[in-house]
Ligand binder design. Structure first.
Ligand code: C2O
Ligand code: CU
Length: 503
C-alpha cells in the first residue's frame, strides 16, 4: 500500500496564511486595553534627556498596580481646603432636550438648565468654589478648567485627577484664581460627547482694579447638531454700546475645529490669547483671526462714531456691537491671517528656555494599526499608537522644551493641562513679537512648533488634541512629575456603574 501522500500544497498555503495572520493577531491582541488601567502604566517613559529612570515616573513600579508607597498622591494636590470662598457657584449638570437662546431644540446637556452654562466671573486671587451636582448624566461628569493652571486635584479629568461624578453625586472644586484672562470649563468625562452636547461654560478671571473697558462680552462659539451659535444663539447677537465705547470681546472656541473670525470695517487689536495679554498689541485691520479648538482670543475695538461693529464668527453667526438699531452688513472674509509670531513687542520671559532641562518631541503622524483591538488608520505619537504613547516625565522646576510636529494630514489643536507654554518658533521661524503664551496651539499639517514651559505645577497632566474626537481616537499623552502617585484608574471608579472615561 503506498504511503499516504502529504497534501503539501494546502499545508504551505495554511502556513503562509498563518505567517501573515499571526503577527496581525498579535498586534490586535496586544492593542486591546485591559478594561481598567492607570495612565501611569500606559506606553513608555520619556525622560527628555533629563535625570531619572524609566521606572521613575510617578508610581510605575507600584506594587498594587497603580500605587507606590511614598511620593504624593494626585488626590492630595488640591486647592485650599480651608477658608470661605470669594466666588461660590453650584453647577447642576443634566442630560436633556433644551432650547437654545434663539429657540431651536437640542438634545444634549445643560448646566443650570442652559447651554452654555452660566459664565463664572472671578477676580485674580479669589478663592473660587464650584460645586458640581450631577443630576442625571448617567455616564458621569466632571468639570475641567480649561486653561486655568489649577492644582492637579482640581483639574477635573476623570480617571486621572478624580473619579467621574455619578448621577446623583456631587464634587467640590476649590482653587485660587491664578491668572486673569478668558477661560472655560467643560466636562472631561466622555468629553467628545458631553462637550459637543453642551456641557461647558465660560470662566472669566478679571484683574484687580476697576474695569478698563466699557463693554466686556464673552463670546463662546459652539456648534450644536450642525448649528453654529454665539453664547447659545444662532444668527446675529446684538450687544448695545454707545459710539466710542471701548469693547473687549472674549472669543472662546468650544468646537473641535479652528474658528475663523474677523471684524468688519473697523480696526481692532488682539488683546490676549489663551488668557494671557499680548504685550503692546498693535492696531490691525482686514485680518482673519484663527482661534484653535479650545483656544481663546480677546479682541479689543472701539465702536465707531458713525455706526456699529460687526464681528463675523462663521456659519451665519456674528456679534454686532453698537447703538440699538444699527445693522451693519456682513463683510467678506479678509485674505490675510493674523499671525501672533511677530505681533506685539517682546518682553523678558519668567524663565530661560535656551538651555532646557528636558527636550521632548511630540510628533503626530498617522498609520495603519490597531487601537483597542480596532483596526484603522490611527493618529500616532512618535510613531506609536495609543496606548503605547510617551509619558513625558519631569521634575518640579525643570525648564521644558517641546517640539510638536504634525505630518498626519489634519490640523491638531494641542492642549497641555496645568501649564502655559510660550511659543519659541514655528517651522524654524523664531517668535519675535510679544511672548505668545498658549494652552491650545493649532499645529497644522506639515507644521512644527517649538514651545517651552516651566514645570511648576506638580501632578499628572493630560497633553492631548482638543479636537475631542481625535482625543477619543487616541491622540492623548500625559506629563507626569516624578514622585507623584496616581490613585485613579481609567475604566473603573470608586462609584458603582460609573467608569472613568476621560476622552
Ligand atoms: Cu479642554 Cu483636556 O481639555
Ligand atoms: Cu487632533
Amino acid at each position: 500500500m503506498p504511503a499516504a501522500r502529504v497534501p503539501w500544497r494546502p499545508v504551505v498555503g495554511v502556513a503562509a496564511a498563518l505567517v501573515l495572520v499571526l503577527p496581525l493577531g498579535f498586534l490586535w491582541w496586544t492593542s486591546r486595553l485591559p478594561s481598567t488601567y492607570s495612565v501611569m502604566e500606559m506606553g513608555y517613559v520619556d525622560l527628555g534627556g533629563g535625570p531619572g529612570t524609566a521606572q521613575s515616573s510617578g508610581d510605575r513600579a507600584g506594587h498594587d498596580g497603580h500605587g507606590m508607597a511614598g511620593g504624593v498622591s494626585v488626590a492630595e494636590l488640591t486647592g485650599p481646603r480651608q477658608g470661605g470662598p470669594d466666588v461660590d457657584v453650584t453647577l447642576v449638570a443634566r442630560k436633556q432636550s433644551f432650547r437654545l437662546a434663539s429657540g431651536e431644540e437640542v438634545d444634549g446637556y445643560t448646566i443650570n438648565g442652559t447651554s452654555p452654562g452660566p459664565t463664572i466671573r472671578a477676580t485674580v486671587g479669589d478663592l473660587v468654589q464650584v460645586t458640581l451636582v450631577n443630576r442625571d448624566v448617567t455616564s458621569g461628569a466632571t468639570l475641567h478648567w480649561h486653561g486655568v493652571d489649577v492644582p492637579n486635584a482640581e483639574d477635573g479629568v476623570a480617571g486621572v485627577t478624580q473619579d467621574a461624578v455619578p448621577a446623583g453625586g456631587r464634587h467640590v472644586y476649590r482653587f485660587v484664581a491664578p491668572h486673569e484672562g478668558t477661560y472655560w470649563y467643560h466636562s472631561h468625562q466622555v468629553s467628545h460627547q458631553q462637550v459637543r452636547g453642551g456641557l461647558f461654560g465660560v470662566l472669566v478671571i478679571d484683574p484687580a482694579g476697576p474695569p478698563t473697558v466699557d463693554v466686556d462680552f464673552a463670546v463662546p462659539v459652539h456648534t450644536y447638531d450642525g448649528r453654529r451659535t454665539v453664547a447659545g444663539r444662532t444668527g446675529v447677537t446684538r450687544v448695545d454700546a454707545a459710539a466710542g465705547s471701548a469693547v473687549r470681546l472674549r472669543i472662546v472656541n468650544t468646537d473641535n475645529g479652528p474658528l475663523r473670525t474677523w471684524v468688519s470695517a473697523t480696526p481692532f487689536r488682539v488683546l490676549a490669547i489663551d488668557g494671557y495679554d499680548i504685550n503692546g498689541p498693535g492696531e490691525l485691520s482686514d485680518r482673519v483671526v484663527v482661534v484653535p479648538a479650545g483656544g481663546r482670543a480677546d479682541l479689543g475695538l472701539a465702536v465707531p462714531a458713525a455706526g456699529s461693529v460687526r464681528v463675523e464668527l462663521g456659519a451665519g453667526t456674528a456679534v454686532v456691537v453698537g447703538p440699538p438699531g444699527r445693522r451693519p452688513a456682513r463683510s467678506p472674509e479678509p485674505a490675510a491671517e493674523f499671525d501672533q509670531l511677530s505681533y506685539g513687542s517682546p518682553v523678558a520671559l519668567p524663565f530661560d528656555p535656551s538651555s532646557p532641562d528636558r527636550r521632548f518631541e511630540y510628533r503626530i503622524g498617522r498609520r495603519i494599526g490597531f487601537v483597542d483591538g480596532r483596526p484603522g488608520f490611527w493618529w500616532s505619537i512618535n510613531g506609536h499608537l495609543w496606548p503605547e504613547v510617551p509619558m513625558y516625565s519631569v521634575v518640579e522646576g525643570d525648564v521644558v522644551r517641546m517640539t510638536i510636529s504634525n505630518t498626519s494630514g489634519d490640523v491638531h489643536p494641542m492642549h497641555l493641562h496645568g501649564h502655559h507654554a510660550v511659543v519659541l518658533s514655528r517651522d524654524g521661524v523664531k517668535s519675535t513679537g510679544s511672548p505668545w503664551w498658549v494652552d491650545s496651539v493649532n499645529v497644522g499639517d506639515g507644521e512644527t512648533y517649538v514651545i517651552a514651559f516651566l514645570a511648576d505645577n506638580p501632578g499628572v497632566w493630560m497633553d492631548h488634541c482638543h479636537n475631542l474626537q481625535h482625543a477619543s481616537e487616541g491622540l492623548v499623552a500625559h506629563l507626569a512629575y516624578e514622585g507623584v502617585r496616581e490613585p485613579y484608574l481609567v475604566g473603573t471608579s470608586a462609584h458603582e456603574d460609573t467608569n472613568n472615561e476621560p476622552e
